[in-house]
Structures are given as structure tokens and as C-alpha cells.
Ligand binder design. Structure first.
Ligand code: DX5
Ligand code: ZN
Length: 219
């Protein structure tokens, strides 16, 4: 199984984003993770499709758009047009999840459902066969640099079991508090896509920090 490292630009130096992206490309990043926040679904505001479009112009890596916003269905087409390749929406927010997941896929993207730490996996039971990936939050969404919630490991293991039992192929993405100290535990629990913000962009040598994490993911 391929494991993917997805640096989150939330902790990057936005005054020189193209340089920051070059740094993680040199460090072996597989995906660029973009955290979109609206100050309503989460208590913080970040950026919208304009920034995703700018990133698209400076990298060929897949762009993973994590929508932490109210009514994400209204903005999906804009993010796809801007260059998104993966789009995830939060199950806590979307009433007609099946419809929204199909919309994302019809627009040519990988579709994911995101879960907050307190949201149970059982909510995914009937939608799992339609998903390309599940994003498990391992911190409460809204900010970078928070501590990994250790209970998330059990949740990853449980989702991995559900995947095996149902013979499904969706990827498991884990987001929040990931670094060199816990990445091995996440690999063992069944994670496929590792989002890391502050442990990469918060470090003095961004390329080296990225390469260090990437090394854990090689077979
Ligand atoms: C939090 C975001 C994460 C965040 C991760 O709401 O979804 O992607 O950037 O940052 P770290 O790795 O610093 O926890
Ligand atoms: Zn995220």
C-alpha cells in the first residue's frame, strides 16, 4: 500500500508560498494539503479558491482541499476549477452526503468524508463504498500545532478493520498533531495519507523536516 505524505500549508510562510511548496517538493511531499476555514464551521478563517489556484500554478503535485466550512457543496466546483484533486467535506455539516460525494467525483476529483475527533465511525457505514478516502481528524479542527489526540489511534484501527471486513479500498487520511514521534504508530494503525503542518512548515529546515517524515513512509 502506498503511503502519502501531505504537508499542510496552514503553518507555511504565506509571504512566500511558492518557495515553501518547492521546499516540501524537495523533501518528498506527495500531496499538498489545503485547509479551508470559514470562521463558522471552525473558529478560524484561512483562504479560498484563489489561493488554491495560485498553488496549482507552482506545483504538479495533487492538491488536497479539506473543507472546514458551512455549506461546502456551494463551493466544490470553484475549488475543482482552481485545481483541487482531492476534496473532503465534514459529515457533521453535510446533510446529503451521498449527493455531495457524487458531485465531487463527477467533477473528476477523489472524494472524501472528514470526521471530527468526537464523531463516530458508524456515521460512515452506508457511505463507505462510495468514498475514495476518509479523513480522520486527530485534533479538533481549526488550528495547526495542536497535540495529537491519542484516542484517534483506536479509531484508525477500527476504520482499517471496517475496510478489511468490507473488502473496500478507500484510503485513510489522518490530520492533526502528526510528527516523527507518532508517525510509526499511525502506520501500524493503518493510515495511508499523513497530513503534517507544524512538524514540517514550523521547522527551520522545511525540506529536512519533510524528508525525515517521508523516510518513515518508505517500505
Ligand atoms: C487543522 C487542520 C490540519 C492542520 C494540521 O484544522 O485540518 O490540517 O493544519 O496541522 P498540525 O500538523 O500542525 O497539527
Ligand atoms: Zn486539514
Amino acid at each position: 500500500m502506498t503511503r502519502l505524505l501531505a504537508p499542510s500549508i496552514l503553518s507555511a510562510d504565506f509571504s512566500n508560498l511558492s518557495q515553501q511548496i518547492r521546499y516540501v517538493e524537495m523533501g518528498g511531499a506527495d500531496v499538498i494539503h489545503c485547509d479551508v476555514m470559514d470562521g463558522k464551521f471552525v473558529p478560524n478563517i484561512t483562504f479560498g479558491p484563489i489561493v488554491v489556484k495560485a498553488i496549482r500554478q507552482v506545483t504538479k503535485l495533487p492538491i488536497d482541499v479539506h473543507l472546514m466550512i458551512k455549506e461546502p457543496e456551494k463551493y466544490i466546483a470553484d475549488f475543482v476549477e482552481a485545481g483541487a484533486n482531492f476534496v473532503s467535506v465534514h459529515v457533521e455539516e453535510v446533510v446529503h452526503l451521498d449527493r455531495v460525494i457524487n458531485t465531487i467525483k463527477d467533477l473528476g476529483c477523489k472524494a472524501g468524508a472528514a470526521l471530527n475527533p468526537a464523531t463516530p465511525l458508524v456515521l460512515l457505514e452506508n457511505i463507505l463504498p462510495s468514498l475514495n478516502f476518509v479523513l480522520l481528524m486527530s485534533v479538533n479542527p481549526g488550528f495547526g500545532g495542536q497535540r495529537f489526540i491519542t484516542g484517534s489511534l483506536n479509531k484508525i484501527r477500527k476504520l482499517n478493520e471496517m475496510r478489511k471486513i468490507s473488502n473496500l479500498e478507500f484510503l485513510i487520511e489522518v490530520d492533526g498533531g502528526i510528527g516523527a514521534k507518532n508517525i510509526k504508530n499511525l502506520i501500524n494503525a493503518g493510515c495511508d495519507i499523513f497530513v503534517a503542518g507544524s512538524s514540517i512548515f514550523g521547522q527551520d529546515n522545511v525540506t529536512a523536516a519533510c524528508a525525515e517524515l517521508k523516510n518513515f513512509l518508505r517500505d
